[in-house]
Write a protein of this length. Sequence first.
Length: 295
Amino acid sequence: MKDFFQTTRFKILLATCVVLAGIMAYAGANGRLQSAPQEFLTAALVPLQKVAALFSNGISGVIDQIIHLDVVVEQNEKLQKENAELRQQLVELDQYKAENEMFRSANNLKEEHPEYTLLPGFVIGRDPLDQFYSFTLDVGTKHGVEKGNVVMSEHGYLVGMVLDATYTSAKVVTILNPALNVSGMVSRTRDSGLVTGSDVLVSEGLCLMNNLPRSTQAAIGDEVITTGMGEVFPADLLVGRVVDIGTEASGQSMQAKVEPGEDISSIRQVLVLLDTGTAVSEPAPAPAPSSDTEE
């Protein structure tokens, strides 16, 4: 029993009794002994009441959010739909602007060359394995495009030729490709040669103009145009300008490096020449001599 009075449990019990006795003495001295249990109960319940109020408010807030969740979701879906419609309108506006510019360019070229029938087309794909920058257009046979049609830039420069056409698209081989040969002429000196692509110069975006006469007076900066020979490319189409000139390896003729008038590697819109007519005006045949002799 003696050991019990030495324990911590006894000391806590004793301290509690002392505190209670003090509180009761204070309450008795102030006439509040009868209401003390109620006050203790009220003091003990205050934290519980606060927790209950917070819980009630929280539940109310959650319920309110659940009630309005459908409204928020509906508004969000409406905003997303409106944003999608606005983005589509911007895309269509950009397309209309590009088409208007193309038609304006086509009309300008049409005024200069009334014999041309020009169809605007947009580049929709490129062959990543083709180092000569062939590309695919969004127009095809249903628009009148055929294999062999000449392809020009909106500024009238030669770009290439239609290699193949499907119902809705067309593949274009460019003038940077060595497989494409164009009869060209230096506009200032009227010296003719053959414009073609080069494996060596394609990385610089340049063509070669071979078979120029050794006596040529062509110089850097001169414009190169088509001659119309071969009845494939119309005469007087712009090709580009001379950026260098020198003697061919054989020493028999001169050759020039030609920079196309358009950046073939990044061109985005072109004009397809649907009706070239007759590229070369053939001279009329001389009349046959009369077999009758005059008397």
